[in-house]
Design a protein around this ligand. Structure first.
Ligand SMILES: Nc1ncnc2c1ncn2[C@@H]1O[C@H](COP(=O)(O)OP(=O)(O)O)[C@@H](O)[C@H]1O
Ligand SMILES: [Mg+2]
Length: 355
C-alpha cells in the first residue's frame, strides 16, 4: 500500500508539514544532519508504531515538546499515530485500535540502512527477525502462534528463574513444542522460497557465487524438541533460562561448504545481504499482493556504484514504493523517469520540481 500523504508534527528535528508522495519513487536529499533519516523514520513509525533507530518512541519527540503526531493517507486507508509522554494512540480510519498488529499488517514496510548489511555476519537474532518480518506478512496465523510460543517461553523461564514449582515444567514444555513445530515448518518453507529466488531472479547480484542457505534449528539434530527440553533441564535451572529451542534458530550461509564470512569480500557480502532482503520483499509482495514501502537510507555509503546501479534496477522492476535518501540532487542511473524529489534543510522539507 503506497503512502500518498504524510503530515507530521513535532517529530525529531522536522518542521511540521504535510507532504504528498509519488506512488513509486521519492528521492530525499540534503546536508548531513538536515533530517533525511528522520523523514524516513517518520514513515516507518507511522506504519510500524515502532522505530528502526530506537524502540523508545519518546526519542522521536522533538526536543522540548511533549509528543508527536503523524498522520498518513494510504492507498486505501488512513492512519494516525499520537505519541504523548504517557501513551501511544494508534488510529486506523478514525478508530482507535488496540493491537499494533492491526496497523502493521496493513502495510509492509522495510528499511535498508547500514544495519541491513550486518545480516549475514551479525547476530542470529537479526536473522530470525529477517525471517519473521516476512512470515508475519505471508502467514495469517504466524503472529498468533508466535504469541503462544513467547508466552510459554516466558512462563518456563519464570519457573526456571524462581526454581519453584519445577514440576510445572512438563506443562510448559508441551506448550512450547506445538507452536515451535508449526513455526519451524513455516521458517523452513520460507527458506526454500528464498533459496529459489536467490538462485534465479537475484543471482546476478551475486556474480554467480553459489550460496547455500541452511536453516539450523536451535536444538540438537536428530532429537525431538520435547526430549531436548527434558535433557537440558538441569542446565536450564542453573542458568535460569531456556538454553535451546526455536528462539535459538539461525540461518547459516556458505559458499562451496565454507562460511561466507570467510570467503566473500565485504562488497560481495553486502550484495548478498541486499539480494536476501530484496528476495524477501519479492516474496511478501507476491504472496500478499501488497505494495511494499521500502525506505533506503544512504545506500551510497554502503555499495559501490556498479552494485548500486544493479540494486536500483532490480528495485525499479519490483512493485514497491521507494523512498531513497542521500542520492545527491540527481536521480541515480537505472531509476524511473517518474519520481518526486524532496530537499531537507535544517528540518524543513520542501518538494523540489525536477526538470
Ligand atoms: N528528538 C529530537 N528532537 C530534535 N532534534 C533531534 C531529535 N533527534 C535527533 N535530532 C537531530 O536531528 C538532526 C537530523 O538528524 P537525521 O535525520 O539523522 O539527519 P540526516 O539523516 O539528514 O543526516 C540531527 O542534528 C539530530 O541531532
Ligand atoms: Mg541520515
Amino acid at each position: 500500500m503506497a503512502i500518498r500523504q504524510l503530515s507530521l508534527t513535532d517529530f525529531r528535528n522536522l518542521r511540521s508539514t504535510t507532504l504528498d508522495f509519488d506512488p513509486h519513487v521519492n528521492l530525499i536529499f540534503g546536508e548531513n544532519a538536515s533530517g533525511k533519516t528522520s523523514l524516513l523514520e517518520a514513515i516507518y513509525v507511522l506504519c510500524q508504531a515502532d522505530s528502526f533507530r530506537s524502540h523508545q518512541l519518546r526519542q522521536c519527540v522533538n526536543h522540548g515538546k511533549s509528543g508527536f503526531l503523524l498522520f498518513g493517507r494510504f492507498a486505501d486507508f488512513k492512519a494516525g499515530l499520537a505519541k504523548s509522554s504517557k501513551k501511544l494512540e494508534i488510529h486506523v480510519n478514525g478508530e482507535v485500535i488496540r493491537r499494533r498488529s492491526e496497523l502493521v499488517r496493513r502495510v509492509p514496510v522495510q528499511i535498508v540502512n547500514a544495519h541491513s548489511f550486518e545480516l549475514i555476519d551479525g547476530s542470529p537474532q537479526q536473522r530470525r527477525g529477517f525471517l519473521d518480518w516476512c512470515l508475519f506478512h505471508v502467514e495469517q496465523s504466524y503472529a498468533e502462534i508466535w504469541g503462544e510460543l513467547r508466552h510459554a517461553l516466558k512462563q518456563r523461564n519464570r519457573l526456571l528463574k524462581s526454581r519453584r514449582d519445577l514440576k510445572l515444567l512438563d506443562y510448559w514444555d508441551d506448550h512450547l513444542v506445538s507452536p515451535s513445530a508449526k513455526l519451524y515448518e513455516m521458517r523452513c518453507r520460507q527458506c526454500d522460497a528464498l533459496r529459489d529466488l536467490l538462485a534465479t531472479e537475484f543471482s546476478d547480484l551475486l556474480h554467480d557465487i553459489p550460496i547455500e542457505i541452511e536453516y539450523r534449528r536451535g536444538w540438537p539434530e536428530g532429537v525431538e524438541l520435547k526430549d531436548a527440553l527434558v535433557a537440558q533441564r538441569q542446565r536450564d535451572v542453573q542458568s535460569g533460562f531456556t538454553n535451546s529451542g526455536l528462539h535459538r534458530d539461525d540461518l547459516i550461509f556458505t559458499t562451496n561448504g565454507i562460511r561466507t564470512s570467510a570467503v566473500l569480500s565485504r562488497g560481495q557480502g553486502k550484495r548478498l545481504c541486499m539480494a536476501l532482503l530484496m528476495a524477501s520483499l519479492q516474496l511478501v509482495n507476491r504472496i500478499t499482493g501488497k505494495r511494499i514501502i521500502l525506505l533506503v537510507d544512504d545506500l551510497q555509503s554502503e555499495l559501490d556504484s556498479e552494485a548500486q546501479q544493479r540494486v536500483y534496477q532490480k528495485l525499479e522492476a519490483m512493485d514497491l514504493q521507494l523512498f531513497i535518501s542521500n542520492i545527491g540532487a540527481r536521480p541515480p542511473a537505472g531509476l524511473a523517469k517518474d519520481f518526486k524529489m524532496f530537499h531537507v534543510e535544517h528540518g524543513t522539507i520542501k518538494p523540489r520540481i525536477f526538470s
